[in-house]
Design a protein around this ligand. Structure first.
Ligand code: 6PG
Length: 252
């Protein structure tokens, strides 16, 4: 696991965009496609805006990019709380990505049905119709973007959520304490099979939880972000100085 601290949220977004473009180029050169799972919330919006800008809109081979979401709120796709809507407005409407490459979670459907359907779509995309994620480059998500909630959640894995173990589903629906309450989320089984995971965390409000997650005791039931520990993939934490303020060890 690596962690890098940036002077501002803007510098963090610029670095994340560069890493996204580099990963997309490398993976597409070797495999001809690039599978990304986008994060929701507000932090990634500036990254998406960077990617929609002139530097990356033309340099990233968007027609070969497959877009997933790490989680979704159970609302219609045009709802203000929709992670799909945020990414569509900030990025997808501004780059030449085919509609067939955009795999949104159907937040308007029954949550459990939406989770089941998404798992099948993910399995079909990654060529793994059943069983655990295959540990082969073509059968895993290439890059997962994640945020960190101030309660230690990531994606929609909240404290007290059903802890998932090997052999568990790749996608689950559950009721949370947030509004809207129901969420669909990828589980650690499939997130931890990813080739690369980028946590994007900014703002002084996240400093305490960043310190607990990265330097505190291992308590994944309380801090689901600590469940993200891929066996083979790489995890990078991109933090702005405000969010990293309470860290004792800036370099692991
Ligand atoms: C969501 C996200 C969630 C988010 C964190 C941080 O659907 O809200 O997936 O996990 O990344 O809550 O959100 P902010 O970036 O808004 O602080």
């Amino acid at each position: 696991m690596s962690r890098t601290v940036f002077p501002s949220a803007a510098a963090l977004a610029e670095e994340a965009a560069q890493r996204f473009a580099q990963a997309a180029g490398d993976v597409i050169n070797s495999r001809g496609t690039f599978v990304i799972a986008l994060s929701g919330g507000t932090t990634p919006r500036s990254l998406y805006a960077q990617l929609a800008g002139p530097l990356y809109a033309s340099s990233v081979p968007w027609p070969l990019v497959q877009v997933l979401w790490g989680d979704e709120r159970c609302v219609p796709p045009d709802h203000a709380a929709s992670n799909y809507r945020m990414a569509r407005e900030a990025l997808l409407d501004h780059v030449p990505i085919p509609a067939a490459n955009v795999h949104r979670i159907r937040g308007e459907d029954n949550p459990v049905a939406a989770a089941r359907a998404y798992e099948q779509e993910l399995r079909s995309l990654l060529g793994t119709p059943q069983g655990p994620p295959r540990d082969t480059p073509e059968a895993r998500i290439d890059l997962v973007l994640l945020g960190l909630g101030d309660d230690g959640h990531t994606a929609s894995l909240f404290p007290g959520a059903p802890l998932v173990t090997d052999g568990a589903p790749w996608v689950i629906a559950h009721r949370t304490h947030t509004e809207p309450p129901w969420r669909v989320t990828l589980t650690p089984v499939i997130i931890n099979a990813a080739a690369e995971i980028l946590f994007l965390v900014s703002g002084a409000g996240k400093a305490p939880i960043v310190q607990r997650v990265l330097e505190g005791p291992l308590r994944p039931d309380e801090l689901p972000a600590q469940l993200i520990a891929p066996a083979h993939g790489r995890v990078h934490w991109l933090l702005d100085a405000a969010a990293a303020r309470d860290l004792e060890r800036l370099t692991p």
